[in-house]
Design a protein around this ligand. Structure first.
Ligand SMILES: Cc1ncc(COP(=O)(O)O)c(C=O)c1O
Length: 407
């Protein structure tokens, strides 16, 4: 393993990687894994990852996998990168591609993060895993916990789609339902932990970016993209941003690949666009206001459960990553999210979750404003399957797209 240590994303304070770490002990910001990129690069330039079976663990030189350890895996990663020519023509952009993360185990990109984090948690002796979740992450943690044989405790908002409840329960997790958002679930779980963990052993908290490993798993989306496109990365990537792990993972992947020479140093990296729901847009509002801290919404609401993250713990880091890439942010109304999913499905056969649907309306607007040029190659990161959000397409649901006018 080429892992060196964990560095604070804000103050660079170093933390050892051989014990379970949460936030920076000096300033409480999220930590980021640092590798010996020279050694990792030598193996990868030699094509080590191309000689291994399909899946994200092909990239193990850039992942946390201690010597002698096997990954906790369900076959995540190596999802398709699909050309979307009909949607591109509709929207008026030269090239549009979609990375379809629905093909991961548990139907979303959360599988990548949980595979990495549960692997490290098991290695470091975890006896119970816990996390608050807006939905997909909880389902993925329940599945990977079951795979590792470690009990899981989840806290989910009461109004998450039914499929998210089912996923947790069917995989044998203890699921608590909490009124409010993922932030309320986090508070609930902190209290529950304090009361319950004595005797049962300490709980290992896998909350978004309160541990460093889920980001490492999600980073593999960026590694794959670079490989799938032969190093010719898109000009812009639109990413549905909740806690921001995937967006930060993409930025970290490109940075590491450039450092080790798997991406050319003289070509610009993609501009990253954080797309959020109008009812919960802490990052976009800060970008618009040119502030360095998220603007917490008053009454966070959206049908895209994964985007209902009012207080992303890595807010400063996300804002920096978006700005450094030259990208931006945009907030989309709920009706447009579902319409967007509908449109990708009808045009390209990809049934994207409303989180991914948001990207269609966002791209139309970014093209209209000139932020993205019509001659560019744009990639939509479709983070999960729409099948888990079936309620939105039931007749009578306020967001169900009307039959007439459906394109
Ligand atoms: C389908 C989907 N897309 C996007 C997100 C947001 O992910 P991130 O925390 O990486 O910003 C989530 C999070 O729950 C999700 O489930």
């Amino acid at each position: 393993m080429h892992l060196l240590d964990l560095r604070c994303s804000e103050c660079d304070h170093a933390h050892p990687a051989d014990v379970w770490q949460s936030l920076c002990t000096a300033c409480h910001a999220p930590l980021s894994a640092r590798y010996d990129l020279e050694a990792a690069g030598a193996a990868l330039r030699d094509g080590a990852h191309r000689r291994r079976p399909k899946g994200m663990w092909r990239w193990r030189e850039l992942l946390p996998l201690p010597a002698g350890e096997e990954p906790v895996t369900l076959g995540e990663g190596d999802t398709p990168l699909l050309e979307a020519p009909r949607l591109a023509a509709d929207l008026g952009v030269a090239r549009l591609t979609v990375k379809d993360e629905a093909l991961n185990p548990t139907g979303s990109f959360k599988a990548r993060g949980m595979s990495a984090a549960v692997t490290m948690a098991r290695h470091l002796g975890a006896t119970t895993l816990c996390a608050p979740s807006a939905g997909n992450a909880g389902g993925a943690l329940a599945a990977y916990g079951a795979r590792a044989g470690i009990p899981v405790v989840l806290a989910l908002p009461t109004d998450v789609p039914r499929s998210h409840r089912l996923e947790g329960e069917v995989h044998g997790a203890t699921v608590h339902f909490v009124e409010g958002t993922i932030a309320d679930c986090g508070r609930f779980l902190a209290g529950k932990r304090a009361r319950d963990e004595d005797g049962a052993g300490a709980w290992t908290d896998l909350s978004t970016l309160k541990e460093p490993w889920r980001l490492e798993g999600k980073k593999t989306m960026g590694l794959e993209l670079a490989e799938q496109l032969g190093g010719e990365l898109p000009d812009a990537i639109l990413y549905p941003t909740g806690g921001g792990t995937g967006l930060l993972g993409l930025a970290k992947a490109f940075d590491e690949m450039r450092t080790i020479g798997l991406l050319p140093a003289d070509r610009p990296l993609p501009r990253l666009y954080a797309i959020q729901a109008a009812g919960c847009a802490p990052i976009v509002n800060a970008l618009v206001a040119r502030e360095d801290e998220a603007r917490v919404p008053d009454a966070p609401h959206t049908v895209a459960s994964g985007l209902r993250v009012p207080t992303p713990v890595a807010h400063r880091w996300i804002l920096r990553a978006v700005r450094e890439s030259g990208g931006g942010g945009l907030a989309i109304e709920d009706g447009e999210l579902v319409e967007g999913s509908d449109r990708i499905a009808r045009r390209e056969g990809i049934f994207s979750a409303p989180e991914g649907g948001a990207l269609v309306a966002a791209l139309a607007r970014l093209l209209a404003s000139g932020a993205i040029e019509r001659s560019e190659h744009v990639l939509l990161l479709s983070t999960g399957t729409g099948l888990k959000y079936g309620e939105c397409w039931e007749p009578g649901h306020p967001l169900c797209p009307p039959e007439e006018g459906r394109r």
